[in-house]
Design a protein around this ligand. Structure first.
Ligand code: T4K
Length: 423
């Protein structure tokens, strides 16, 4: 265990982990079950265009969300675009800036205008009052985001869109299998969109899914994601190809089989983080309220530079040198990044405050609670000696800049060395 600042890898100590710990490493699955499913795909000769595994996946996801329809697609970004086209969205779409840039890009790519609103500073979730203030005659939809898998204020947003006659979607990329007060994520607004990306708690290699209770929306989604075939009244944009193939569905179903185990494991990691970080000045772990049933996909902390003496970026760098690969989900916020920043967006003070402080820590089935304990030890040491770490890090940067062949800069790869044993 590291006890002094000299022990930190940033200052020449040995890295705490020989193998990198990552935020979004795909979860453990039953490989034999995957291979059996893939054999069935190959034997059947049906690889795509609404095969049996995609249908089975759609049935299971609709059941989890408590809705009648699910349309699986190639990823969540494209699924959000098909959804917007299916619903005839035009003009402006109000959404939080504190989200992955895909939420905004999905809309902009099809000619819609993302309008960014601020967040509740305590929860980090969309602020419905600010969303209301941004509605104009050109607004046709609001997109709520269940940030880090925590349900955003669904009821307030439903009231808002009812008042203004707008569409309401939820970017539920992080929230598959989550619920609040026994109400599963997936059944609110006009539709919700899950991501089944490799980094998600249910992964399809790449994948996404729209869930909805609205028959017409489902019919149009199904058509538009397959070139617009099958419905008489075509979208003016025609259709696209956003279908999920059978191999991805095989992976998603196998990952879904492991969902309960993955969540149990991640809950254990979350508890270990809570035990390890409680009482560390300036480090606040994002926690859940008793009414929530989270999937524990993300473990998020906020770093308060005023109390730790170091900022989030330096903590991220300290951890990186220890082979602990974190992610600042989400910094910069959408309005701070291109192409939106150049549009001269108004300040979003709560979003900007959070974006400077937020950090997602490694979890998932490749990370054990013991690993988490070691990560917490390093965070505790670094936070307790924040001012010293900051001063020395700045000195170290100067020394490296002056050295003829300094140590390598912050490595960017998260990939495990090819010689490393799988975990
Ligand atoms: N809405 C929201 C709110 C979202 O967060 C996302 C995606 C979307 C919409 C769009 O969903 P999709 O269209 O992707 O279905 C990652 C994911 O690529 C992205 O899907 C995800 N959100 C976002 C939060 O995270 P990056 O740029 O951070 O990925 P990357 O490559 O840096 O990987 C993150 C971590 O995961 C690293 O620690 C490495 C690890 N990793 C990643 C991959 C791909 C692995 O261990 N194995 C892997 O195969 O975006």
């Amino acid at each position: 265990m590291k006890t002094t600042v000299d022990d930190l890898a940033l200052f020449g100590g040995r890295a705490a982990f020989t193998e990198p710990l990552a935020v979004g490493r795909p979860g453990r699955i039953d490989r034999r079950a995957l291979y059996e499913r893939l054999d069935r795909v190959l034997d059947s000769g049906c690889h795509s265009n609404g095969g049996p595994l995609v249908r089975e996946l759609e049935g299971r996801l609709a059941g989890m969300a408590g809705v009648r329809h699910c349309v699986a697609m190639c990823n969540a970004t494209t699924a959000m675009q098909v959804l917007a086209r299916a619903r005839g969205v035009t003009g402006e779409v109000v959404m939080p800036s504190m989200t992955f840039v895909a939420t905004a890009h999905a809309m902009r790519w099809i000619g819609l205008e993302p309008v960014f609103c601020d967040i509740d500073p305590d929860t980090g979730q969309i602020d419905p009052a600010h969303a209301r203030a941004l509605i104009t005659p050109r607004t046709s939809a609001v997109v709520g985001v269940h940030l880090w898998g925590r349900p955003c204020p669904v009821d307030a947003l439903e009231d808002l869109v009812a008042e203004h006659g707008l569409d309401l979607y939820f970017d539920a990329a992080h929230a598959i299998g989550c619920a609040v007060g026994g109400r599963p994520v997936g059944g609110s607004g006009d539709a919700e969109v899950f991501s089944l990306h490799a980094t998600k708690v249910v992964g399809a290699f790449e994948g996404g899914a729209v869930v909805t209770d609205d028959d017409r929306t489902a019919e149009r989604l199904r058509s538009l994601q397959s070139f617009g075939t099958g419905i008489a009244e075509l979208s003016p944009f025609g259709g696209t190809n956003a279908k999920m193939g059978e191999a991805s569905a095989a992976m998603a179903l196998t990952s879904l089989d492991a969902f309960a185990d993955t969540v149990r494991h991640n809950r254990g990691n979350h508890e270990a983080y809570r035990a390890g970080l409680t009482g560390v000045p300036g480090i606040a772990l994002e926690d859940f309220v008793p009414a929530e049933s989270p999937n524990f996909q993300y473990v998020v902390i906020r770093v308060d530079p005023a109390r730790t003496g170091l900022d989030r970026d330096l903590l991220q760098r300290v951890l990186h040198e220890e082979n602990i690969l974190t992610r600042p989900y989400f910094s910069p916020a959408c309005h701070q990044t291109e192409p939106y920043a150049s549009l001269g967006h108004a300040a979003l003070p709560h979003t900007e405050h959070l974006a400077e402080r937020v950090l997602a820590l490694p979890t998932g089935t490749a990370v054990s609670p013991e690993d988490v304990g070691a990560v917490c030890d390093i965070i505790r040491l670094t936070a307790a000696r924040g001012a010293e770490v900051t001063a020395r890090a700045h000195g170290a940067v100067r020394e490296r800049a002056m050295a003829p062949a300094g140590r390598a800069a912050l490595p960017v790869t998260w990939k495990r060395p090819t010689t490393g044993a799988p975990r």
